[in-house]
Design a binder for this molecule. Sequence first.
Ligand code: ZN
Length: 86
Amino acid sequence: MPPPPRRPVTEWEAVALAALASCVFVPATPQKRFAREMRDATEITEKQAEWLRVLVHRYRRQIPRVCQCPTCSAGVGVAPRHSGNP
Ligand SMILES: [Zn+2]
């Protein structure tokens, strides 16, 4: 099987990867390895991008205001946001 195609990380993904790298993880877990290995990534696969969104949401308490999923954008479970973001 050919390697999965990579594309450049988006601006948000770069922010999210940097934020995730600052999180405290349970040692020797796949997410800790992912955060460490992807910290300075400039390219990403769709699968990695998907996992990044999952992890950013899961660790949202350590990295407030990074997650942009519908739940967090609606201010559910995190500090309320009243910005005028589209
Ligand atoms: Zn979220």
